[in-house]
Write a protein that binds this ligand. Structure first.
Ligand SMILES: Nc1ncnc2c1ncn2[C@@H]1O[C@H](COP(=O)(O)OP(=O)(O)OP(=O)(O)O)[C@@H](O)[C@H]1O
Ligand SMILES: [Mg+2]
Length: 415
């Protein structure tokens, strides 16, 4: 009876985009790097948190926020949606909105504003740096969007500074969605980079943290080469074996849950150390164990069932969006020895000659990879090589191939 009650605590695992895990494992070195950035008197380095889908960028970003606030930083920012990416004005509005969220209770230094020549009624009426005040100052400033934004941030800082704040952090998640739109003559990404570079040069401590998929940093460098020097890039990798075990076991610590070493090792291996998979698998294992124990059986990790569920819930949707020819190319990639790391155009073209009747030429591979990058299935790294952008996608593709071959063989046997 006692055993039963100890096992009915709710399932602690949280698979899901941005869901705070029961225990944030590892990431100590990333947190230390962040601490260093917080100590900057003059901001010369901003932060990029990047990595594959589900590696834990969003939850790490959330975890950094209280540290910054404790050290007297203001923290502004949100998810960047596609809509922000459309125009320069949309970026400006985003920044003003986010800033106003943290400044709306700060009383304006009227004298400062008047000295700058902003004696407009509407500014003087509002006592605080709320959204309306910021917008009316912004509208008063002449010039291009970037001029207006730079001066607005400068003016705002003069007031914030008096509140004993170290600075303001602008944290933007899913920042890979931000891109310049030359065909529409709109450069929202360049605007963001120009504005922050310019105000940081003036010693205004406004820091940028951008989070996103591995396409993020190359995109920034393409827009503005100075991005290379402006950002400290932290590439979040999968968790080590030890940290994976922490992610699995720490949430069970206070409970008498019978997860043995073998089961833990199986989960570590199955997840490849990828945080989303750890949460997903652990949630399944927990439920399966509970059922077995309650029916008086000895529990074990239901490996096949979990793989099946991951294939259906996580991989299939992404795979189904690829065209037949793209799938063929991805299958060629998945057959390469080192495909979990990276692959090249040459290797793909060569391997396609071994495996396919309708082969791929180098230039064809190049074109297709670029499409696959756009749809987020692969990405190009800084050395011009390619990798799968979805963790462990290659294992799924291999399973599909095996399944295809078996069913093909079975139908041949029938004939
Ligand atoms: N260090 C960690 N320890 C344990 N669980 C983690 C860790 N990091 C992330 N997770 C879990 O992994 C899942 C994915 O995390 P998150 O949404 O932050 O990833 P992401 O990199 O932002 O993904 P995406 O690219 O889709 O935005 C969540 O369920 C989260 O709870
Ligand atoms: Mg995220």
């Amino acid at each position: 009876m006692e055993e039963k009650t100890s096992l009915t605590f709710t399932n602690p695992y949280r698979p899901g985009a941005g869901h705070k895990p029961p225990y944030l494992a590892g990431r100590e070195s990333e947190k230390k790097e962040f601490q260093k950035l917080l100590k900057q008197e003059i901001i010369s380095e901003n932060l990029i948190l990047t990595g594959l889908r589900g590696v834990g960028k969003t939850v790490l970003l959330d975890d950094l926020k209280p540290t910054a606030i404790e050290q007297h930083w203001l923290w502004a920012g949100t998810d960047l949606s596609e809509a922000v990416s459309i125009s320069e004005e949309a970026v400006a509005k985003r920044i003003i909105t986010d800033l106003s969220m943290v400044t709306s209770s700060i009383v304006i230094d009227q004298q400062e504003i008047q000295q700058l020549g902003f004696a407009k009624e509407s500014i003087l009426i509002s006592r605080t740096l709320n959204f309306n005040t910021l917008v009316s100052i912004y509208q008063e400033i002449p010039g291009l969007t970037s001029d207006k934004l730079k001066l607005l941030l400068e003016i705002t800082w003069k007031t914030i500074e008096k509140e004993n704040k170290r600075g303001v952090i602008f944290a933007y998640d899913e920042a890979q969605t931000l891109s310049d739109q030359a065909q529409k003559d709109q450069y929202p990404l360049s605007l963001l980079l120009d504005v922050f570079q310019s105000i940081q040069k003036k010693n205004i401590p406004f820091m940028l943290i951008l989070t996103g998929l591995p396409t993020l940093f190359p995109g920034l460098v393409e827009a503005r080469t100075f991005s290379e020097r402006m950002f400290h890039v932290l590439f979040l990798n999968r968790l080590s074996k030890e940290h994976s075990k922490d992610a699995i076991l720490v949430p069970l610590k206070k409970h008498d849950f019978p997860l043995d070493d073998d089961s833990v090792n199986t989960i570590v291996e199955l997840s490849g150390g990828y945080p989303y998979f750890i949460q997903f698998i652990c949630r399944e294992v927990y439920d399966a164990f509970l059922q077995e124990i309650n029916s008086g059986n000895k529990p074990s990790v239901p490996v096949q069932e979990i793989i099946q569920k991951l294939d259906t819930d996580f991989f299939s949707g992404r795979w189904d969006r690829a065209t037949d020819r793209q799938r063929e190319l991805l299958s060629v990639a998945a057959s390469l020895d080192n495909c979990g790391e990276e692959f090249t155009i040459n290797k793909l073209a060569k391997k396609s000659k071994e495996l396919l009747e309708k082969t791929f030429s180098g230039s064809h591979v190049n074109q297709m990879l670029s499409k696959l990058c756009d749809t987020g299935l692969v990405y190009k790294n800084r050395h011009g090589k390619y990798s799968f952008a979805v963790p462990l996608l290659w294992t799924f593709i291999r399973r599909q191939e095996l399944y295809r071959k078996i069913t093909q063989q079975l139908s041949l046997d029938k004939e």
